[in-house]
Ligand binder design. Structure first.
Ligand code: FNR
Length: 364
């Protein structure tokens, strides 16, 4: 049989579908309710056109970018995704080594199946030009002491920024998981960052408390309890983006959770211009949701995103081939990004302007 050619992130999804238990594949692939937003994230990129410039490029393009004092080999980062050991026995250890080797930031999920200290140690085993950079994602907990305990833990482990996910007052409902009866981790796997944080079951998924009663005061308390940069993930309304800046956040990660929380919210790339207008250059705005191609990255950057995140493609790489699979996904996106920049006549990622992106012409 001919070996599969792994040319695109979609090839990695196909390989992951074959490698994974269908219940776990559905957990990763799926979205909330009718999955309207899940599809919209992809469709929105497809509707945008690129209008390239000519005779002004350069033989070698600059992809580097520094954000929150973290030098990155390209403005692509690993959005936080839970439970990597469902995809591969090494779980987040493999992901962290791949991210470090590629010189990109990994945002560690609060719900990782390896402890953040061990993830940081794995990243440090990789020798690269840049020190490995990890950021830590957390959900604000109803008990601020629990939030602070998590922050202390992530800070001590060496995480360079905090990403606070605010789109989950309650958990989104994935009917695929309901039908499959998937509501907990298998025996032997746990949310390692939650062990011993409060009594009860150690490291259980159910310890990730969601609360509809959280307010800006919880965020203020966190903001004042840490010196790390704080980004908010999941702000969708421009008015909330404005409020977030007023409350002193250092950045936004514009995200609809990959279509996994409230269904029928807009695609993130469609919202980007409005959010950027609201923020008015005061803090960087990053974006995730549906990024699968170099052209998607260029479109988001040209519209003004400081960097883009990928969620599912990382898990597909991990399921397909562990550390090497994640590395391959990152390198293929780097190749596509560079190739797209060349075809757009851009000298690098700092040479992208809004004028490069046009609405598509669906009527023609
Ligand atoms: C996620 N996402 C997520 N977000 C977060 O803030 N904390 C988390 O623990 C998780 N866990 C998680 C698990 C899985 C399996 C997926 C697919 C997603 C959302 C994630 O950070 C990101 O916003 C989306 O995945 C981006 O969309 P794409 O790239 O998957 O289309």
């Amino acid at each position: 049989m001919r070996a599969r050619m792994m040319l695109t992130t979609a090839d990695f999804e196909d390989a992951a579908r074959e490698a994974l238990d269908p219940v776990y594949y559905d957990y990763v692939a799926g979205g909330a309710r009718d999955e309207v937003t899940l599809r919209a994230n992809r469709e929105a990129f497809g509707r945008l056109n690129l209008l390239p410039r000519i005779l002004r490029g350069r033989d070698k393009r600059d992809l580097d970018r520094t954000l929150f004092d973290c030098p990155m080999s390209m403005p692509l980062l690993l959005s936080p995704t839970a439970f990597h050991r469902l995809a591969h026995p090494e779980g987040e250890l493999a992901t962290a080594r791949a991210a470090a080797a590629a010189g990109v930031v990994m945002i560690v999920s609060m719900a990782s199946t390896v402890a953040v200290e061990d993830i940081a140690a794995a990243a440090r085993t990789v020798t690269t030009e840049r020190p490995p950079a990890l950021w830590f994602q957390l959900y604000l907990q109803p008990d601020p002491d629990v939030t602070e305990a998590l922050v202390e833990r992530a800070t001590a482990a060496g995480c360079a920024a905090l990403v606070v996910t605010v789109d989950s007052p309650v958990l989104g409902l994935h009917e695929r998981n309901k039908r499959n009866g998937f509501d907990d981790l298998p025996t032997g796997m746990a949310c390692e960052n939650l062990r011993n944080l409060r009594g009860g079951e150690p490291g259980s998924v159910r310890q990730i408390a969601m609360s509809a009663e959280l307010s800006w005061e919880h965020l203020d308390r966190l903001r004042h309890s840490t010196r790390l940069p704080v980004l908010l993930k999941g702000v969708l309304h421009p008015e909330d983006a404005r409020l977030a800046v007023e409350h002193g956040v250092d950045g936004l990660l514009l995200s609809n959770h990959g279509g996994r929380q409230l269904d029928t919210v807009p695609a993130t790339v469609d919202l980007l211009p409005e959010i950027l207008d609201a923020v008015a250059g005061r803090v960087p705005v990053l974006l995730d949701g549906g990024v699968r191609r170099g052209t998607d990255i260029v479109k988001a950057l040209a519209l003004g995103a400081a960097a883009v995140g990928i969620g599912r493609p990382v898990v597909w790489g991990l399921a397909a081939d562990g550390e090497d699979g994640v590395r391959a996904v990152l390198e293929l996106l780097r190749g596509e990004l560079d190739h797209t920049l060349a075809l757009c006549g851009a000298t690098g990622v700092d040479d992208l302007v809004r004028d490069l992106v046009r609405p598509g012409f669906p009527g023609l």
